[in-house]
Design a protein around this ligand. Sequence first.
Ligand SMILES: *[C@@H]1O[C@H](CO)[C@@H](O)[C@H](O)[C@H]1NC(C)=O
Ligand SMILES: *[C@@H]1O[C@H](CO)[C@@H](O)[C@H](O)[C@H]1NC(C)=O
Ligand SMILES: *[C@@H]1O[C@H](CO)[C@@H](O)[C@H](O)[C@H]1NC(C)=O
Ligand SMILES: *[C@@H]1O[C@H](CO)[C@@H](O)[C@H](O)[C@H]1NC(C)=O
Ligand SMILES: *[C@@H]1O[C@H](CO)[C@@H](O)[C@H](O)[C@H]1NC(C)=O
Ligand SMILES: *[C@@H]1O[C@H](CO)[C@@H](O)[C@H](O)[C@H]1NC(C)=O
Ligand SMILES: *[C@@H]1O[C@H](CO)[C@@H](O)[C@H](O)[C@H]1NC(C)=O
Length: 413
Amino acid sequence: MISLIVFIQINVSSILVSTLNQDVLELPDTNVIYPVDVINNKDVNTSINYYLSKKDELKFIDDANTANRQQKIVLPLIENKENMSSVHLVLEYTNVFGRPKFCSHKDEDIFGRMCPYTNCKYTCNQTYEKDAQILLMHKRDLDYKKLDKLQRNPNQIWLLWHDEPNERSPELNKYKFNWTISYRTSAEASIGAYGLTIVKDKPWSSEQFNSWIDEQFTKKHNQAVWFVSNCSPKKRLAKFRSLRQHYPIVAFGRCIRHNESFSFNIHNQSASTCTRQSSCETDYLSSSKFYLAFESQSCTDYITEKFWRTLAYGAVPIVSGPERENYVRVAPPNSFIHVDDYASDDQLAEALRSVANNRSLYEKYHYWRRYYDIRYLAKDIEPYRFCELCYRLNTNKQRIWYENINDWFLDKC
Ligand SMILES: *[C@@H]1O[C@H](CO)[C@@H](O)[C@H](O)[C@H]1NC(C)=O
Ligand SMILES: *[C@@H]1O[C@H](CO)[C@@H](O)[C@H](O)[C@H]1NC(C)=O
Ligand SMILES: *[C@@H]1O[C@H](CO)[C@@H](O)[C@H](O)[C@H]1NC(C)=O
Ligand SMILES: *[C@@H]1O[C@H](CO)[C@@H](O)[C@H](O)[C@H]1NC(C)=O
Ligand SMILES: *[C@@H]1O[C@H](CO)[C@@H](O)[C@H](O)[C@H]1NC(C)=O
Ligand SMILES: *[C@@H]1O[C@H](CO)[C@@H](O)[C@H](O)[C@H]1NC(C)=O
Ligand SMILES: *[C@@H]1O[C@H](CO)[C@@H](O)[C@H](O)[C@H]1NC(C)=O
């Protein structure tokens, strides 16, 4: 059983014909925001404006839902022409994980050199506490006593930055933050939270693609890899333990017992010598067809760096956590396997074997590589979020605040 993806009939271009003899390139049908569809639409404008406007279409839908649940209040902005400024000042009001974040960076590096908006300024000089349009506050670094005393100007935006999932924090509700930076699409700045699909400047030719597939299909083992350091989330451990009875998984980390890992690799590494983010991990990643990109939480849109790294290293992520639709919005087309699509481990294992053994099927999970690249390093993705922030400052027509930010963050957690 292969995953349930909508098959769309597409206009098969001459390039496509040479690699795929059937016109069944699997593409998600709706809601794709970041991977601009350059496969079917060659003339699409791939500038960041496209990403921004697609994100807003989805934010609009998400905001309507959160407004219905009274989590977020969205009203029309009362524009005050006199006080409209051509420059938007963002003040780093708290540290970020205990230290200054962008204080010594140039504005164009923070908001991105590719950003179409260039009128945003960033400062850490606290004398601008009253005048800055945005007070940027990182959740872990909030000083509640200081915040309680802060005089609030209704035109000033209190922006909460928070990328951790499933933290219960009802004490945040009373501050009625206006905007958030987070991984959720309905956050005011979310693009590229942990990773991003971007369009290649120049697509691979079918020869380039075919030789990549030939090499990878032959070289990579028919196995999945998993590195896990946080043993508290029990659901994903249980999934690993049941799946490994049907499919070979090389697993490392504190949570893995010595008799629980299987490997086709030439050098079987012991769990203690092979650590996450080491060359040992990347060696396994690039020599295996799959990686278990299991998230610790199921919170809406919580898709982390492990997903993006897997794609970057040429493996197919097997995902669990957020719902399929959350992935479809940000992932390259047909790039992952979602465990929820299979009724049993047996069926999932069968699907993995099919993909790993059937070149034409394997190719379908990698076809996106002709047109897209992955970015997941902070220095590459942070400018996208801050560009989105600057875009919002320039285009915002809404007065927003989070009435119940705690529940909003806990959505589907
Ligand atoms: C794409 O959009 C950007 C921003 O709106 C614009 O500057 C650029 O000229 C457009 N490119 C094309 C090829 O239309
Ligand atoms: C508009 O700006 C003026 C001068 O800086 C200030 O006194 C006034 O409070 C501002 N109005 C609002 C609504 O913030
Ligand atoms: C902060 O800004 C004020 C007002 O522009 C300026 O006088 C002061 O020197 C600045 N402080 C620092 C540390 O740059
Ligand atoms: C692994 O070893 C533990 C005891 O240390 C045992 O309970 C478990 O059944 C073993 N698992 C497998 C898959 O052999
Ligand atoms: C690695 O270990 C597994 C058992 O976990 C074994 O089946 C496999 O043959 C070993 N591979 C090599 C190359 O020694
Ligand atoms: C391989 O997968 C393709 C679909 O991509 C299918 O048409 C074909 O029958 C499969 N081949 C085998 C041998 O299962
Ligand atoms: C920010 O939130 C406050 C508190 O609810 C609200 O009064 C104000 O109108 C909001 N400002 C903007 C610019 O959205």
